[in-house]
Design a binder for this molecule. Structure first.
Ligand code: SF4
Ligand code: SF4
Length: 437
């Protein structure tokens, strides 16, 4: 069965939180949707993947369609990506899969957005695509499905490296490769001091640790100078964010009016979450149900707010506080798409300007590099679900694709395999380290 092979071979969503794909493969639904939207600014690895591996991606999609008995397959792809469309179209048409072309807006790759634009269906508040008869998979996940069906495990990750680097590009690297290798492969940084955004400026994280490593969900790295507007905003501590939010939020509600989830009809109102900052002296433990259905796309903080405040982070904090209090909010009224939704969409070009990164928006051409890192550190917890348990000990000799960590049959999670040949040099409760031969 496909689902068993996907668990065995370690396939998880390559474009987000990394939900184990075998679970989706067990369902029975009407629509199978491929997500090739890729709307994080400056990351273009999915575009490169679609241009260079259309056969494998569409084959993975057809395998998923067969497994879930889908009646229709739709391939979400941006209209502007002509080269990718030309590569995918003949493969898709041969398998009866329709292209669902999308505008160049942020966040058109959000699952709720994609399901709505491809099928006209609205996922229940806080729900998943399955509830409206859809399975959504990122294009790299589908590439991995194609190989897993032949028993080949996931040990490589496609990444883009862009921003303040000499040669922005996209390439494969073994899972567990340190970020410093990726930066070197992209020609090195063009500035002495920089921050590294992992998997995106909007929804990714910022790190200064180049020893951190690639996981099965890493979309790429974006380097920005340390003094860049986005780095300075990202390092602002929560206390400072709350203080400034409490004093400077004028309740204009732009954050809500531009919120993609609000515009789809969900009860998300970041301006009301911001209002709660004024309810305590410190702004701490402010809780509000109006952040619960937020998908953390970042648009309110990084695009909408004219005061440069932090409504997305206020929603994050409010969600955490509600969770800690054991409370859960569910939508109270029917979901109804806002009449202004279409005219309030945010073009990626405008977002790039607002983020002050237009100068870094260049192609990241694919290079077929066979990178052999001296060392890889493969994390036991890389995605949604249970961490895997190591099945090798320090000193063991492994080949590429050797099983090194396993998840119990009944647990949500997938197996992990060696991404290079070598000797296991360390096994901890967090990772397995392999030194190359
Ligand atoms: S957009 Fe900014 S200033 Fe306006 S309500 Fe939202 S957080 Fe407050
Ligand atoms: S991050 Fe802001 S804009 Fe995005 S879903 Fe949450 S509240 Fe809405």
């Amino acid at each position: 069965m496909l689902s068993e092979k996907l668990k065995e071979c370690g396939v998880v969503g390559a474009g987000g939180a990394g939900f184990p794909t075998y679970v989706k493969a067990k369902s029975t639904v009407e629509f199978m949707l491929a997500n090739g939207a890729e709307c994080e600014p400056l990351l273009h690895k999915d575009f490169e993947l679609m241009c260079h591996y259309p056969k494998e991606i569409v084959s993975g999609m057809a395998l998923m369609m067969e497994a879930i008995h889908a009646k229709q397959g739709k391939f979400g792809i941006k209209e502007k990506n002509h080269e990718a469309i030309e590569a995918i179209r003949p493969e898709a048409e041969a398998k009866g899969i329709e292209l669902a072309t999308l505008g160049d807006f942020y966040p058109s790759g959000d699952e709720y957005e994609l399901v709505y634009s491809a099928t006209g269906r609205l996922i229940p508040a806080g729900g998943i695509p399955l509830q409206v008869g859809c399975v959504v998979n990122n294009v790299e996940t589908l590439y991995n499905v194609h190989f897993a069906a032949q028993g080949v495990p996931v040990t490589r990750k496609m990444v883009s490296v862009s921003g303040a680097v000499r040669k922005p590009k996209s390439f494969w690297v073994p899972v567990g490769t340190p970020f410093r290798d990726l930066i070197a492969l992209a020609g090195g940084a063009t500035t002495a001091e920089y921050g590294v955004f992992v998997s995106g400026l909007m929804m990714g994280t910022l790190t200064f640790d180049e020893d951190d490593v690639v996981t099965k969900t890493t979309g790429g790295l974006i380097l920005l100078p340390k003094e860049h507007y986005l780095v300075e905003r990202k390092v602002r501590p929560q206390q400072a964010r709350n203080r400034i939010g409490k004093s400077a939020c004028d309740q204009c509600s732009y954050c809500t009016e531009f919120c993609p989830r609000y515009l789809l009809g969900y009860e998300v109102m970041p301006h009301k979450v911001m209002r709660t900052l004024g309810f305590t002296t410190s702004g701490a433990e402010h809780w509000s149900q109006w952040g619960e259905l937020c998908c953390a796309c970042g648009l309110c903080t990084l695009y909408a707010c004219p005061e440069d405040l932090f409504p997305k982070e206020a929603c994050d904090d409010a969600k955490a506080t509600l969770r800690a209090a054991g409370m859960k909010f569910t939508q109270t009224r029917p979901i109804q798409v806002h009449p202004m939704k279409e005219s309030r969409r945010v073009p990626v070009a405008m977002l790039l300007r607002r983020l002050k990164v237009e100068d870094y928006e260049v192609e990241t051409p694919f290079e077929d590099i066979d990178h052999a890192p001296a060392i890889v550190r493969i994390k036991l917890s890389q995605h949604v679900g249970k961490p895997a348990t190591a099945v090798v000990k320090a000193g063991a000799v492994v080949e590429r694709n050797t099983l090194i960590a396993r998840v119990a049959e009944a647990d949500l999670g997938v197996n992990i395999h060696a991404s290079i040949a070598g000797r296991v040099s360390a096994v901890t409760d967090k990772y397995i380290e392999i030194q190359s031969k």
